[in-house]
Ligand binder design. Structure first.
Ligand SMILES: [Zn+2]
Length: 306
């Protein structure tokens, strides 16, 4: 479930884009980057406040860590390993108690996946040291790196990183590739406008937040997915179905092949929130959200994956 990409712009002092979810993965990333750059990069960019994009920040102590102005406050909720650890520990206490297991099967299944995929050892979230508002340009000895705040699409701090001379965009979680996107805050409209911006930048290479590197087809596929899910949500919303019921009816077509297809629940629920004129930053109740994803997966005979 924590499979975020990282990148390295190996010019000037070097810039790392996103630092992996935990120290184990971050150390492996540093090792790999060391193959092309012997010295530690002097800058880090966090493309959003989720823990899977900033878990390794502490290994870059002394580096300039750059993120959007909203990130330090938002990461206190989104990137707190103590909250994840608590979820896992609570699930361990609840597991033997069958009635509770029946009430929150998704939260328990999610905690089990966390336990498998995520190493809490030694994690001390390190906040960004440099904040920017709308845009920020870094000059790496002549190579410009443009940071553009585009959130909230998936999170409030969503930032894309454009390296114009190399025609590369690190899209963060604005683009998921081959895996089902999910958004915590923001609107479909904002997300679509950001994808239009990515297309307008006309990169040769897009590094998605999750999934393999791609060209502009990755952004186009995301646009098509979001359009499709919003339209289908409207249809079933008008029929009076709940978001979970709608997820049982929507023909996933090719999107059924993407990883974690049951995460469609969050996209349908987000559309429903818009139709109900609820605020885009209304908090999600984690246990019931994971339960809903679990129910959708079970109802459709899919593997439960968050
Ligand atoms: Zn992510």
């Amino acid at each position: 479930m924590f499979d975020a990409n990282s990148g390295l712009v190996n010019r000037g002092g070097g810039v790392v884009v996103d630092t992996q979810p935990d120290l184990h993965h971050a150390r492996r990333m540093i090792e790999l980057f060391g193959l092309v750059r012997p010295s530690m990069p002097t800058r880090v960019i966090n493309t959003n406040e989720d823990c899977d994009h900033m878990g390794g920040n502490q290994l870059f102590a002394g580096a300039e860590i750059i993120a959007h102005r909203t990130v330090p406050e938002a990461m206190r909720h989104a990137a707190d390993p103590r909250a994840l650890r608590e979820l896992v520990e609570r699930s361990e206490r609840l597991l033997p108690r069958l009635p509770l297991q029946a009430r929150h099967p998704g939260a328990l299944a999610c905690a089990q996946q966390l336990r498998q995929d995520f190493d809490f050892e030694g994690l001390e979230p390190l906040a960004p040291t440099t904040l920017f508002d709308e845009r920020c340009v870094l000059d790496l000895e002549g190579t410009e790196v443009h940071l553009i705040h585009v959130g909230p699409c998936h999170r409030s701090g969503d930032t894309i990183v454009h390296v114009p001379c190399e025609r590369v965009v690190f899209a963060g979680d604005v683009v998921f590739r081959g895996c089902t996107p999910l958004g915590w805050t923001g609107t479909f409209q904002r997300w679509q406008a950001t994808l239009d911006l990515v297309l307008w930048l006309d990169p040769d290479v897009i590094v998605p937040g999750h999934g393999p590197v791609c060209g502009i087809e990755g952004a186009m596929e995301m646009k098509a997915y979001l359009d499709y899910v919003r339209e289908e949500s409207r249809r079933w919303f008008d029929h009076g179905l709940s978001a979970v019921e709608a997820c049982g009816r929507i023909d996933l077509g090719p999107y059924g092949e993407w990883r974690s297809p049951a995460r469609i629940y969050m996209n349908v629920e987000r559309a429903y929130r818009e139709f109900r004129h609820e605020p885009p930053d209304a908090p999600w109740d984690l246990a019931s959200t994971f339960d809903a994803i679990y129910r959708v997966a079970k109802a459709r005979g899919m593997e439960v994956e968050f």
